[in-house]
Design a protein around this ligand. Structure first.
Ligand SMILES: C[S@@+](CC[C@H](N)C(=O)[O-])C[C@H]1O[C@@H](n2cnc3c(N)ncnc32)[C@H](O)[C@@H]1O
Length: 353
């Protein structure tokens, strides 16, 4: 299926707030100044109440819970262009000084690696030991807020996603001897630590590809001596067939589609299917449009995501592959905060690609 060849792909990293915001705003909409004024006042009230509650040293969890809930409702109730105008107002409010004591919120907002959703941010909500110091060195209030943000439904779903990836790798290894696996945008590939197939040396190779050389270095250091090998590489390079990768029994992309507009996501899916052997699978995940932390993430974390429904996942699949040639399925994780798409190539396992 041909996709627009003129499609412009961003430089190495597609993770830019600008790109995600561009995807979200619909240029036909204009912001009504009167409505903006009303909504800004509504927002100010919500933020002032949270600030006062922090100043009174009320328990942090319920304050952030109430705040996140109100921000979700406000985001839901206003036009996307108007919401974009409200985001900087929230970010500049003095309540941010309290919220940024949370290591998760702070890391996301400050972006020490220069882009949103880096692998260390995931380590923070994975509660990975490598992030212990970042959490422990935060203030008491920061740790109390973290106790809430790290247990929010979207964080729980993110941890489940890591479990699902490890389970999918293990199932692949159970199905195919000497299985070959490719993780696109692998980050720190923390799912490898949960894989019994890797521990039992049942994999031939598990290649991780990421545009961030620091993450690639971390994977190669932490998983040295295993079947894992990380390499520098971008979605752009993949689309241009710049890497001699061979083919795989499982290719997956997690924590990536949330930044990809439909045409890029569909092209990546098409390209990924070329790397999948007959009988093999491509799995991709996306935060769903049912999450309720969206308003908090886009304001105080400055972490905009492209949220998708099951129908949106099907749109990507249908734009990329001929459904007569594959077996596809779309399903939600247990709390519906993440949606998964799985596309299996028909054919005999082990047949030539
Ligand atoms: C949220 S992390 C996901 C890590 C891991 N896959 C997981 O689910 O835990 C996002 C990763 O995508 C990588 N990334 C973003 N844009 C990319 C691109 N265009 N090409 C390759 N990697 C990219 C980032 O460097 C980062 O490590």
């Amino acid at each position: 299926m041909a996709l627009n060849p003129e499609l412009k792909i961003d430089e190495a990293s597609l993770i830019t707030s600008r790109l995600v915001k561009k995807h979200k705003s619909t240029s036909a909409e204009t912001v009504d100044p009167a409505e903006l004024k009303t909504r800004a006042a509504q927002l100010a009230l919500v933020l002032d109440l949270a600030h006062q509650a922090f100043a009174r040293e009320e328990p942090a969890g319920p304050i952030v819970d109430r705040l996140a809930c109100r921000l979700h409702e406000l985001r839901r109730d206003v036009a996307p262009d108007l919401w974009q105008e409200l985001i900087p107002l929230a970010q500049q409010h003095r309540v941010a000084d309290y919220l940024k004591q949370d290591p998760f919120t702070r890391w996301s907002f400050e972006k020490p690696r220069g882009y949103s959703g880096d692998a260390t941010l995931l380590d923070i909500y994975y509660k990975h030991p490598s992030a212990n110091e970042i959490v422990a060195s935060s203030s008491e209030l920061g740790r109390a807020i973290y106790a809430y943000t790290s247990e929010a439904a979207s964080s729980v779903a993110g941890r489940e996603r890591r479990d699902i990836l490890a389970k999918t790798v293990d199932e692949t290894a159970a199905r195919v001897e000497n299985a070959e696996v490719l993780a696109i945008a692998c980050g720190h590939l923390r799912e490898a630590e949960l894989s019994t197939a890797l521990a039992r040396k049942q994999l031939k190779r598990w290649i991780g590809l990421d545009q961030d050389p620091v993450s690639v270095g971390t994977v190669n250091r932490d998983l040295a001596g295993t079947a894992v090998e990380a390499m520098d590489g971008s979605v752009r390079g993949l689309l241009r067939r710049a890497y001699p990768l061979g083919t795989f029994d499982l290719v997956y992309a997690s924590g990536l589609y949330d930044y990809l507009p439909l045409p890029v996501g569909a092209r990546l899916l098409q390209r990924a299917m070329e790397l999948v052997k007959p009988g093999g699978e491509f799995l991709f995940a996306n935060f769903s449009n049912e999450i309720t932390t969206d308003g908090y993430m886009e304001t105080f974390m400055d972490w905009p995501l492209i949220l998708r429904s099951a129908d949106d996942m099907w749109d990507i699949i249908n734009a990329a592959v001929d459904r007569n040639q594959v077996d596809a399925e779309v399903y939600y994780g247990s709390n519906r905060n993440i949606v998964y798409g799985s596309i299996r190539r028909r054919g005999e396992q082990g047949a030539p690609a």
